[in-house]
Design a protein around this ligand. Structure first.
Ligand code: TRP
Length: 448
């Protein structure tokens, strides 16, 4: 194994990196959108329960496997006793991580494009301003997706400390600061309180809706970057002195808090837009969601604000771009870490080559958007992520040596053996989480 594979230099740096991976378009766009689609606060409640009871245990499993093996998913399964049969799952995770990067970069490219628009507006280049937000223009989509790849690759070339950690530590506090300011501002506008009501008052009739539970599970897997090995790889760079149990709690709480905050921003913003005359319901009477929400309703809202709308739009889309970047680097790091530690290749070359391969896939997706995009999204996030999560639970719950697990956890937390965590977590990864994943999965296939 390569000797200097890198390590996060501080607790803060790690938390920023892992929270940066978790916090992304999934939180600021996906979560509010899903909430709007699934009856408001009822979805929020189910989401919270699943994030804590399935997401967190799985996150811990990835941290433990990663730090124990100090390797990528393939290297980890190879080196841990009993893991040989799991190696194909390691490869599959690496590929899925890359495919997630391929579609994510397209969405992220749109965010960057919208962040550029206010500049063109300010200098009076209205033609260019209209061009950069023309969703159907393939050249524009290729250009901004490529730009986003260059940013992602640029950071990953820097490695763990001077790439991932350095940039996450700069970008994440900026993101949180901007988001709080923007939320406070939106909440002062007319109409915001109607949105707050929809967001915070649950419709309990919806809580048992299978579609709602499935969406909430998918959302929690995506949002915590689970299954594909992202958190396993980040875990492999955590210093031995760190307490994994706490780190996991921090990351989960940060992820949930930002998703919740994003809901406080976006849903009231929709009602502010409605107040200003924008249509926020579709013909069936449901709240508009998906791309229309972010790229139509919100821009209309910003436009309706007059001159102040330009800086507000700028802040919002810069924030989205930052969130996307600290997530995309964590996707690219999965295959890159495999190339570097298992194949002994040089980081810089591997990053360009691997980044280039997934960039090509992105271009194919852009060119065949209608047919391929949705397929790749559901293949990776709806099916592969829960399946891979299930495999990780089986590995850590049934195969991996219990003493090794305990020793690993003890490293940064000597008293863990007697803690409540050690009483509850093993039961979850062994039985409860796998069963819940299978149940929700079968339900999605309409077995019940
Ligand atoms: N969690 C990120 C978000 O919410 C996306 C993300 C980063 C991700 N790494 C991942 C999703 C790995 C799935 C797998 O936007």
């Amino acid at each position: 194994m390569a000797k200097s594979r890198g390590e996060f230099s501080s607790t803060f740096g790690f938390v920023m990196a892992a929270a940066g991976s978790a916090i992304g378009l999934g939180n600021i766009w996906g979560f509010p959108t899903q909430t709007a689609q699934n009856g408001g606060a009822a979805f929020v409640l189910v989401y919270l329960v699943l994030a804590f009871f399935i997401g967190y245990p799985l996150l811990m499993a990835e941290f433990v496997i990663g730090r124990h093996a100090r390797s990528n998913p393939v290297g980890a399964y190879r080196s841990i006793a009993g893991g040989k049969t799991f190696v194909p799952a390691g490869y599959f995770g690496i590929i899925v991580a890359g495919l997630i990067l391929s579609f994510y970069s397209i969405l992220a490219g749109w965010m960057v494009a919208h962040a550029v628009e206010p500049f063109f507006k300010l200098i009076g280049a209205d033609h260019l301003a209209a061009w950069v937000v023309d969703q159907s223009n393939i050249t524009r989509n290729i250009l901004f997706t490529s730009l986003f790849y260059v940013l992602t690759i640029g950071i990953i070339i820097g490695g763990v400390k001077s790439g991932i950690e350095k940039w996450s530590s700069r970008l994440m506090p900026t993101l949180i600061f901007m988001m709080i300011l923007l939320t406070i501002y939106v909440l002062t506008l007319d109409g915001a309180s109607d949105g707050l009501e929809v967001y915070l008052l649950p419709d309990f009739n919806k809580i048992t809706d299978p579609q709602l539970i499935l969406s909430a599970l998918g959302q929690s897997f995506f949002s915590l970057s689970l299954g594909v090995g992202t958190m396993l790889v980040y875990g492999s760079y955590i210093a031995n002195k760190e307490n994994l149990v706490y780190l996991g709690v921090f990351v989960t709480l940060a992820d949930i808090a930002i998703a919740f905050l994003a809901g406080l921003l976006i849903i009231p913003a929709m009602y502010v837009a409605a107040n200003a005359g924008t249509e926020i319901f579709d013909p069936a009477g449901n709240l508009i969601s998906g791309p229309t929400l972010v790229f139509q309703v919100l821009p209309e809202l910003f436009n309706s604000m007059g001159p102040v709308g330009i800086p507000v739009a700028l802040v919002f889309f810069v924030l989205m771009s930052i969130a996307a970047l600290t997530s995309s680097i964590s996707m690219l790091e999965v295959p890159v870490s495999y190339a570097v530690d298992t194949r002994n290749l040089q980081r810089q070359h591997s990053t360009w080559v691997i980044g280039g391969v997934f960039w090509i896939i992105s271009i194919i997706l852009v060119a065949n958007f209608e047919t391929l995009f949705g397929m790749v999204v559901s293949f990776t996030t709806q099916y592969s992520q829960p399946l891979l999560g299930l495999i990780i639970c089986i590995f850590i719950g049934w195969v991996m040596n219990r003493n090794s697990i305990l020793e690993e956890l003890k490293k940064g937390s000597p008293t863990v053996a007697d803690s409540i965590f050690m009483k509850v977590w093993p039961v979850f990864v062994k039985v409860i989480s796998p069963l819940l994943i299978i149940l929700v999965f079968l339900q999605s296939l309409n077995v019940f």
